[in-house]
Design a protein around this ligand. Sequence first.
Ligand SMILES: Nc1ncnc2c1ncn2[C@@H]1O[C@H](COP(=O)(O)OP(=O)(O)OP(=O)(O)O)[C@@H](O)[C@H]1O
Length: 246
Amino acid sequence: MIAVENVSVSFGGVKALGEVSFEVPAGQICGVIGPNGAGKTTLFDVVSGLRRPSSGSVRLGDRDVTDVPAVRRARAGVRRTFQRTQVFGRLTVADNVLAAMEWRGGGGGLPADLVAWPARRAREGERRRRVDEVLDLCGLADLRDAYAATLPIGRRRLVELARALADRPEVLLLDEPTSGLDGDQTARLKEIIAALDTTVLLVEHDMGFVMDTCDRLIVLDLGKVIATGTPAEIRDDPSVRAAYLG
Ligand SMILES: Nc1ncnc2c1ncn2[C@@H]1O[C@H](COP(=O)(O)OP(=O)(O)OP(=O)(O)O)[C@@H](O)[C@H]1O
């Protein structure tokens, strides 16, 4: 569950977010839409911990994470993809996913390696199986040994998604996940998201995708929530039409 309460963020004189509040119950797929400059990316930065709000709070489950930095939020099960893909170009697709998985139970140096060797090897095997599983899920199995830098943008985006899914996140934030995807890849993405039992917050400009994929929508305009509701409710909301049509 994600709970954002009265969150405000200002950049100098620009109020990117003004007292934004909403909740995404566990397992729900929630879309954030709004015109350019509405505050969507800023909201993602606040939820993922990259930006601290000037006021307000963010809770994940029953934990207040407002002051918890991004890296610790990631450890607590928050994963994010970015508007501009951020894959490791010099690593293979499989290694990109492997690198994103938390190494639990490491540490302790050589003595620990020797004593705990069988358990560590078993865990390593589990991680590699998981890599294959998510590559399959994302339609990347054939590309597991390709260097990420050589892939077209749509595939790179799917590598980023695979990385985000590898550790079975509790909360997944997707920033414009369809951009650069072709029709087949977009359809696959829809299926992947629908099959997750993760809380998902996504920003997306492709309205068809948003309407088909999300359980609920939040509409931002000039840093304010101007409407929330099911996709059908939002489609018929006059204030939303006004915001988009100017
Ligand atoms: N680092 C920053 N410094 C100054 N102003 C910023 C900064 N980041 C965002 N803003 C401003 O805050 C407002 C919200 O920006 P934000 O990028 O969150 O909107 P957005 O809805 O994600 O837009 P887009 O759809 O174009 O990505 C805009 O007016 C933007 O110019």
